[in-house]
Design a protein around this ligand. Structure first.
Ligand SMILES: NC(=O)c1ccc[n+]([C@@H]2O[C@H](COP(=O)([O-])OP(=O)(O)OC[C@H]3O[C@@H](n4cnc5c(N)ncnc54)[C@H](O)[C@@H]3O)[C@@H](O)[C@H]2O)c1
Ligand SMILES: CC(C)[C@H](C(=O)O)[C@@H](O)C(=O)O
Length: 780
């Protein structure tokens, strides 16, 4: 939309004309949109013709669309403003007008320019009428709302952004961005202020684009609410975007801190600084220069000049300049820089919910300010904007709300404590990735996790002296669920039994009482080429191994080393199962089979072992409780063979501890890689233990080669079986499928034509796939 500023025989620079218009506009009544007669008193300059409503006529075809006024603090040339306007225009739903400072006013605070002439120069920005104003953001908003520039009477919403820099903590006082939005608020128009936590030397213009993408759903929702009148009255919302918007971890409605950057006044040499002795910056536009000239021509300016006729001594103020002689005027030059304090050097409260920490930690920050500027706003309505926040607009990762926030439209998140046991080898690599995925998927469903990382296995032996420190077991018991990577490694292979990492894992399982180990093996169509079996054999395999986990030969007594009758050294273990042990795992297996395809195959070695004969008898007994499940029995050696010959015959497999260990590893290869198989270990009442079935893979540890999908899928099982959060679990499963659909593969599942990635990149891609999912259905 082009400006229809009409200038006849114009010999004057547009800035001056706009300047004149600014003078006229200053006489109009605030909020007036139409002519009140005073416009007729426009100018004695015949060469300038100004329309009755000012320099505008901008809205006619857009009449029915909600009007959005956009401003910023960085100036009209800022890419943040341009990209934001471009995005709003692209939506095609809004009538957008722009009125922004012509130069950077990011720390202008809430100042309005009183008693001086401002220039408002019309221009076009991404197809919309824009004015660049020689004032502050507050001036821009006030002037635009006065009716002097645009033909509309009032916008539904004012958006100030996307600005560079901080607006949280004490920056709200310096911030021109907040001031722009606050000026709207004071005029009764709801507003958003959006700032990007710009990092000198790190941030790039492309970050603005990501920031716009991040905020677009919020802007849409806010405009919709404001247009319906359901955006909270007297509310400005200040959004601060973390430095890297594309990896934004989520949003926090955080507490306002006392944080402020260090105000670093840099002494500037008059010789070295080209502008220091000048009134007019080379960066200032002609409009500003003209305004400045008119100011200089004022009586005050004249008086000031007289007073500075005295001898000026310009000194470099880098160090103490010495005592100025009497009657000498000392003139020094300074520039102010904001220096960010390192988080760890801050004396402030270490509260993670404080605004500056939230942003530094990668969260999008949403403190609310009401018009009295009390820190938070109590919102009783349920406008779309808040739902959008809550529901995770695209790319929001973790939903966090501060307990102190009184914002009743934001439901309290469901909170869970998760103990993380990264363990050894590739364990820490895959757990780190899975943790992020878990947090993101949870946030999309209104779940908040508190993670607690504890040592287990070789790492614990090295650091604490035992493979399962009592603190680790206690933390695991006290949590809602446990996510484990893997334990073990060559380094500890020769340790005494009690000092082996594996012993730590077995004691953990036993300590948590997680007797039922669910190990699903599904051949995904995307990975059919990774299976070592022929496609027609592997295709469609979808089975679940239910492994008894806390009994059998792993724990049976007697066990140990000794000598036999002949005096020969021996090692021995005992396979032993009680009726209650078999019964409870059998019931779990029948129930799982009921929910699957109704087929259960119990695997044993009943042709040889008493423990298996007993096992089979108990399973037959429990089967009577589940007449709808078709039960079969199979010897373990046959089962191992049948898994390769015709794996699709299996639905649910029930087996003991040791056979389950072996068969599930075998089943993993049907799917393409052991790096794909997750597991859930559940107890009768306490927290579940969730771990990939693979080990610590010392051969690839520390090389970013591990496939994290088994652990990511274990996190999905944690949600489903451990917490009953099926929707969040489904999100993870879908994201994994989507990532594979996009062709990303770690080395173990790589095939030609696919994109080979490492562990971290695979995790990032899963996060992206999660981000791309729709917000929760509850959000209309
Ligand atoms: N639950 C557990 O913590 C667990 C399970 C099995 C083995 N272990 C321990 O792990 C150590 C190594 O045992 P292992 O070599 O017999 O079995 P392993 O599962 O660690 O490795 C077997 C093979 O599979 C590969 N592999 C495993 N996980 C992978 C992944 N996520 N991505 C890509 N490739 C992967 C490895 O590189 C290796 O070639 C031993 O100390 C063992 O006791 C621990
Ligand atoms: C490491 C070892 C103790 C463990 C087991 O045998 O159960 C492993 O093989 C597994 O499958 O998790």
């Amino acid at each position: 939309m082009a400006s229809c500023t009409s200038i006849k025989k114009n010999q004057l620079p547009p800035a001056l004309i706009a300047n004149l218009q600014g003078v006229l506009a200053g006489r109009k009544e605030v909020g007036g949109g139409g002519g009140n007669g005073e416009e007729e008193d426009k100018s004695s300059n015949d060469e300038t013709q100004i329309s009755s409503s000012g320099i505008n006529s901008d809205t006619s075809p857009e009449d029915s669309k909600p009007i959005v006024l956009v401003t910023n603090s960085d100036g009209i040339g800022s890419p943040g403003l341009s990209l934001l306007v471009e995005a709003l225009v692209r939506e095609g739903e809004y009538a957008v007008s722009v009125c922004a400072p012509e130069s950077d006013k990011f720390s202008s605070g809430h100042s309005v320019t009183f008693g001086a002439t401002l220039a408002a120069t019309s221009t076009e920005l991404n197809g919309v009428l824009a004015f660049e104003v020689s004032g502050t953001p507050a001036d821009c908003v006030s002037l635009a709302l006065s009716g002097a520039l645009f033909s509309w009477s009032r916008p539904v919403l004012v958006i100030c952004g996307i600005n560079k820099g901080r607006s949280s903590g004490h920056h709200i006082y310096h911030s021109g961005a907040i001031a722009g939005a606050r000026e709207a608020l004071m005029s009764g128009i709801p507003s958003l202020s959006i700032s990007l936590n710009w990092r000198k030397d790190e941030s790039q213009e492309s970050n603005f684009k990501d920031a716009v993408d991040l905020c677009l759903p919020l802007m849409r929702a806010a405009i919709r609410d404001a247009n319906k009148g359901s955006f909270p009255k007297d509310c400005l919302v200040s959004i601060e975007i973390p430095a890297s918007p594309s990896t934004c971890k989520g949003f926090k409605v955080a507490k306002q801190s006392l944080y402020r950057s260090v105000l670093n006044w840099q002494a500037v040499s008059a010789n070295r600084h080209p502008y220091s002795g000048q009134y007019m910056s080379m960066h200032q536009s002609l409009g500003v220069q003209l305004a400045q000239l008119s100011r200089d021509a004022s009586a005050a300016g004249a008086a000031r000049r007289v007073s500075t006729q005295r001898k000026n001594v310009e000194v470099e103020s880098v160090s103490a300049a010495g005592k100025p002689e009497q009657r000498e005027t000392v003139k020094k030059f300074f520039r102010l820089e904001f220096l960010d304090k390192e988080l760890e050097n801050l004396d402030e409260d270490e509260d993670e919910e404080l605004d500056f920490r939230a942003v530094a930690n990668g969260f999008l920050l949403v403190p609310f300010f009401d018009s009295s500027e009390s820190a938070m706003l109590s919102v009783s309505a349920k406008p779309q904007f808040f739902k959008t926040l809550r529901s995770k607009p695209t790319r929001f990762v973790t939903l966090r709300t501060s307990a102190s926030v009184r914002c009743s439209s934001v439901q309290p998140p469901r909170r869970y404590r998760i103990t993380l046991l990264p363990g050894d080898g590739i364990g820490p690599e895959v757990v780190s990735v899975a943790k992020d995925v878990l947090a993101l998927a949870g946030s999309h469903e209104g779940i908040e996790f508190k993670f607690c990382e504890m040592p287990l296995g070789g790492t614990a032996i090295d650091n604490v002296g035992v493979p399962l420190p009592v603190e680790t077991l206690n933390a695991a018991k006290e949590s809602d669920a446990v996510l484990l990577g893997a334990i073990g490694g060559y380094k500890w292979d020769k340790n005494a039994k009690l000092l082996k990492p594996e012993t730590g894992l077995l004691h953990l399982r036993r300590g948590l009482g997680v007797f039922a180990n669910l190990r699903p093996a599904v051949v995904l169509p995307q990975l059919i080429g990774s299976s070592t079996l022929k496609m027609e054999v592997a295709e469609g395999v979808d089975l679940m191994v239910i492994r008894e986990l806390t009994g059998g030969i792993y724990f049976g007594e007697p066990r140990g080393f000794g000598t036999n009758d002949k005096g020969e050294d021996v090692g021995f273990n005992t396979e032993v199962y009680s009726a209650s042990e078999v019964d409870r795992i059998a019931r779990v297996a029948f129930k799982v089979a009921q929910k699957r395809r109704g087929k259960l195959c119990s695997v044993d070695k009943a042709n040889v072992l008493e423990a298996s004969i007993f096992w089979r008898k108990r399973v037959d007994t429990i089967a009577l409780e589940f007449p709808d499940v078709l039960l079969s029995h199979m010897y373990v050696d046959n089962a191992a063979m049948q898994l390769i010959r015709e794996p699709r015959q299996f639905d649910t497999i029930l087996t003991n501890n040791i056979f389950g260990d072996i068969l599930s590893d075998e089943a993993s290869m049907l799917t393409g890689s052991i790096g794909m198989l997750p597991s859930a270990s559940i107890s009768e009442s306490g927290p579940g233990l969730f771990e990939p079935i693979h080990g610590s893979a010392p051969d690839i540890a520390g090389q970013d080669k591990a496939n994290p999908l088994a652990t990511i899928l274990s996190a999905a099982m944690l949600l489903q079986y451990g917490l009953g959060e099926d929707n969040a679990a489904k999100r993870i499963e879908d994201a994994v499928i989507e990532t594979l659909n996009k062709g990303f593969r770690t080395g173990d599942i790589h095939s030609s034509g696919m994109v080979l990635v490492g562990c971290k990149k695979m995790g990032e891609e899963v996060l992206k796939s999660l981000d791309a999912q729709m917000p929760v259905a509850a959000v209309s």
